[in-house]
Each structure stands twice: as C-alpha cells, then as structure tokens.
Design a protein. Structure first.
Length: 274
C-alpha cells in the first residue's frame, strides 16, 4: 500500500490565456532536466512510476488521465469516508503533472478532512478545488432556470473554474417568466458554450436553443413537483427538444456538463492555435 504524502502542491502562477500549457509539458521539462543532468535517471524513474496511477489499497488513482485526455480524475465524495477523500486528494496533489484536483458532492466531514490534510482548497458549496489552472480563453455562460437549480449550476461553475475558465452565471430565467430570459438573450449570443440547468418540465434548453447558435449542454435537475419524477421528466423533455443539436447530461450532473464544455473549449483553442 502506498502511504500518501501530506504535502500539497501550491497552484502555479497566473499566466496569459494564450500561454496556457498543454497537460504534458511537465513531462517534457522532466526529460529536459534529465538530459541536462539536473535530474538523475533514478529520480526521473521514480516520478514516471507514479504517473500511470497511485495505489492506496482502497483506490487506484489515475494520474495519467490528465495527460491522455486533458481532464483530470476527480474525487466523488458519496460512498467514501472522510479519510479516504483526504488521502485521494493528497495523492492527486502529489502527481508529477500539475492537474486540477476537484472533490465533488462532498459533505461537511469530507470537506473538513480533505482541507485539514491539504490546505489551500477553494470551497464552493459541496465542491472543493485545489490547483486551479491558469486563466484560459473561452466564453461560457451557465444558465439556471430557478433558484432550486443553483446547486447543480454552481457545481458546474466551480468545475469550470478549476480548469481555468471564468463562466458567467445567469440565474432564475425559467420559461414560466419568459420575459426574464429574453432580457438576458443578448448575453447568450457571442459565446462559445452555454450550459442550461433546469428541472420541472425541462423546457429552458429548448428556449435557449432558439436564441443562440452556440453549443448547448442541457442538465436536467431533480427539482420539481409531482410528476417531475425526480428529474426524469426534465431529462425526457430535453432529449425530445425541438431545438436541434442540444447535448443532454444525466440528472443533476453539473460536473459532467463542465467537463463536456472543457472538451469543446479545448478543441476550439487548439484549432485557433493551429
């Protein structure tokens, strides 16, 4: 069993958006240091051994995912003890690659334990972020139908911040008061991605889809009365949307919506750089 270290890495300095590194330059830098004689082959071997995954006995931590996909493994709180959450966060922070570390859906005990072992995390509701990435270019809006949907919207927002994006949050513009949505329609035009979070009957993504040509990621929530069926009605409504090309996430999956947005934004950035 690997004994986790309790030394957390501090976030790197802020750099310009167009200077954001790809996930793998850390490895290139390591190889350059070996070539220059600044790092011994034995020490480099120790770093590379930790790259594929860290083994804690109860969990195998995928450090290499950041290199393969540009998305780092996150820590899902439910079902884990506070000590397990803290140990996994510690192991992720000890990675030789400088990836964001995100603890999601954590309760108070899990958050307290993770922060005690790894100071410096930023708490946003039930999400905690360490090692947030330097600022990246990309215009994204997270739209919430009602105040009851904010927990999911804020999970999405916190995850995007972890990856270096600065999303705008637009709240309480559900279709029962359509004039509220029309009042902010101009803010949905010149953007790269829109995430729409809604419960009840789930029609807000369709309305937004008629107002902007940006990619839309719809997130149904479990908010709603009676036959909303804990989000299933919103999910089915979004899947049946007459607005073409809407991508639909699982119920309450604000984290997944943020990761989908990151995939889109990174491809836009790479295309612009090529």
């Amino acid at each position: 069993m690997t004994t986790p270290s309790h030394g957390a890495r501090s976030p790197g300095p802020n750099v310009a958006a167009d200077a954001v590194p790809e996930p793998w330059p850390d490895l290139r830098e390591l190889l350059e240091k070996v070539a220059a004689g600044d790092v011994t082959p034995a020490d480099a071997q120790g770093v590379l051994r930790r790259l594929p995954f860290g083994h804690l006995g109860f969990a195998r931590i995928d450090h290499h995912r950041w290199v393969r996909t540009g998305l780092a493994e996150a820590v899902y709180g439910p079902g884990k003890t506070p000590d397990q959450c803290a140990a996994i966060v510690t192991n992720l922070l000890s990675s030789p690659v400088s990836a964001p570390v995100v603890l999601t859906r954590a309760d108070e005990g899990q958050i307290a334990a993770a922060l005690a072992g790894n100071p410096g995390g930023h708490v946003a509701g039930s999400t905690v972020v360490w090692n947030a990435q330097p600022k990246r270019s990309g215009r994204i809006v997270v739209v919430s139908a009602g105040t009851g949907d904010l927990t999911v919207a804020e999970e999405c927002q916190a995850t995007l911040v972890a990856y270096g994006y600065d999303p705008e949050l637009v709240t309480d513009v559900g279709v029962a008061g359509l004039h509220r949505l029309l009042d902010v329609a101009g803010r949905l035009q010149d953007v790269d991605v829109v995430v729409v979070v809604a419960g009840m009957e789930g029609t807000l993504p369709t309305a937004v889809g008629g107002l902007t040509g940006a990619p839309i990621i719809a997130v149904p929530t479990s908010v709603g009365y009676g036959s909303s069926l804990r989000g299933h009605m919103a999910l089915l409504g979004m899947l049946a949307s007459c607005a073409q090309g809407i991508t639909v996430m699982g119920i309450d999956n604000g984290f997944g919506a943020a990761c989908a947005a990151v995939r889109i934004l990174e491809r836009i950035r790479r295309a612009a750089d090529s």
